[in-house]
Write a protein that binds this ligand. Structure first.
Ligand SMILES: [Zn+2]
Length: 207
């Protein structure tokens, strides 16, 4: 893993025309000391690049350590996760909630979840439940909550149609209890759809 020292120079290739251009990227974002960077993540501007040759705009996915001391949260974006030996990864984090994601899009979703005061494990279980009932889903993201009432998720289906799907808050609460009763050890960082699927499978075996 690279050392995380705030900024580095990278050669970025446009996925459309293969034109190369330089860009300064950040591999450390501490929103406790640089709160404005959070907006850059949530609006994608921190990762957006426009090709000087063909005008194509695209997201740059790269390794990044995100720290929010106030939220007690550290998230490592590791696009080359397959190359990491997860059992050996130890985030040198001073926070109690520590996660690994594989893309800057996943990072954004985690931030939105934690900012809403929700538990990302219960959100992943909610998403697994929605996916189980809607087989046409291609992409599913947590969007927002109406506190105590309902959660809204954004879906795009296999025809690239976008829509919102709602889940009652009390159902989320049930899933939250489930995660609390089957808590992983704290050093398990990868909370994604596979994690949710494995937990449901494990519970089904026990029944
Ligand atoms: Zn281009």
């Amino acid at each position: 893993m690279e050392e995380h020292t705030a900024t580095f120079e990278a050669e970025i290739t446009c996925p459309k025309c293969r034109h190369c251009q330089k860009r300064t990227l950040r591999n450390l974002v501490n929103v406790t000391t640089d709160p404005q960077l959070k907006l850059g993540i949530l609006t994608d501007s921190l990762f957006m690049m426009t090709c000087k040759n063909c005008g194509n705009s695209f997201l740059i996915n790269h390794e990044l350590l995100y720290i929010d001391e106030k939220a007690d949260l550290t998230i490592l974006v590791a696009p080359d996760l397959e190359k990491l030996d997860l059992s050996s990864v130890r985030l040198e984090a001073k926070t109690s909630i520590n996660r690994i994601v594989t893309s800057v899009i996943d990072l954004k979703e985690k931030i939105v979840i934690f900012d809403a005061g929700l538990d990302d494990r219960a959100i992943e279980l909610s998403k697994a439940y929605i996916t189980y009932r809607n087989t046409q889903i291609e992409n599913l993201r947590f969007l927002m909550q109406d506190p105590g009432k309902e959660l809204t998720f954004a879906i795009s289906d296999t025809n690239h149609e976008n829509q919102a799907i709602k889940l009652e808050y009390h159902f989320y609460e049930k899933l939250l209890k489930l995660t609390q009763n089957h808590a992983e050890s704290d050093d398990y960082y990868l909370i994604d759809s596979n994690w949710a699927y494995n937990l449901f499978s494990e519970l089904a075996r026990k029944e």
